[in-house]
Write a protein that binds this ligand. Sequence first.
Ligand code: 5GP
Ligand code: MN
Length: 318
Amino acid sequence: MKKEYNELRKTIENSKTILITGHIDPDGDAVGSTLAMYNYISKLNKYIDIILLKLPITFSYLHNFDKIKTNEINLKKEYDLLIVFDCGDNKRINFNIDNYIFKKIVVIDHHKTHEDFGNLTILDYKSPSTCEIVYDILKSFKYDIDLQIAECLYTGMLTDTGSFKNSNVIPTSFLVAYELIKIGVNPNRISRLALDIITLNKLELIKYTYANLEIINNNIAYLYINKDILDKYDDDENIHEGLVNYGKNIEGIEVSIFIRQLDESLYKASMRSTDKVDVAIISKKYNGGGHTAAAGFEYNGNLEDIKNNLIKDVQSQL
Ligand code: 5GP
Ligand code: MN
């Protein structure tokens, strides 16, 4: 067993009270990895809480989804252990940890731009998803993964690899998927629930995306959606998820940029690249981060400025 896996195992064993969380605006990998570990630790006779603020209902088919706390009201003030999943930056922890005492913090992550903040960090930036790391950890514990945990892990693997299509996929992703399907995961069911089925509001946002997508220099796709429109169609926390991909899949496009307005002059930028351009480096410049082909950041300022700067940043790598 890898040294840090062994340390994680001992840390869990020695902790009586454990809190589990992921990154802000949790996605399929954050929800899948936190719930997989919650489901595992639940059987170990510990006091355990799981918190994910702004939790998308998309993933409500996962076992113990209803146990996830979406506010801080019923949290304890002190825990022996906090485990943070899929989070590469202490500014992106799902809730404000400053109001709590944790004897130990463990971080399990796969972000290329990871900045250490735990007492123990399990980092594999070559892994396409945190869920794939969690699979590796549970296997090394010789734990008999059940269907409930398998569905959590498969969900994160599927969503972080864009249905096993993105450039981050590695051969083991398919081996792990094979093992999870053998346990009983139904790929069609999880694909439909996690990614394919859309609400009518989402359909409206996709129509808006196609109508407003701008093509710049034949190699950049750009999409902006303001807060009014997002609020109008807001039926889930992650309603905007995936819109950036529509730009990515147009012939000749190397980078898709999607900016959504969060507030008066506050914006969230998401980028996807075909791999020629490293969008993690660009995001890092703006205090964000991510992976080579998928990254983002928050920006306080003028929309035209950020748009023009990003276009220059992308062009300089092409
Ligand atoms: P998305 O575009 O889907 O929000 O994020 C793409 C990837 O970049 C994810 O892995 C996400 O965790 C990371 N990412 C997005 N925004 C930020 C940010 O503001 N800071 C950091 N460090 N990573 C981000
Ligand atoms: Mn992830």
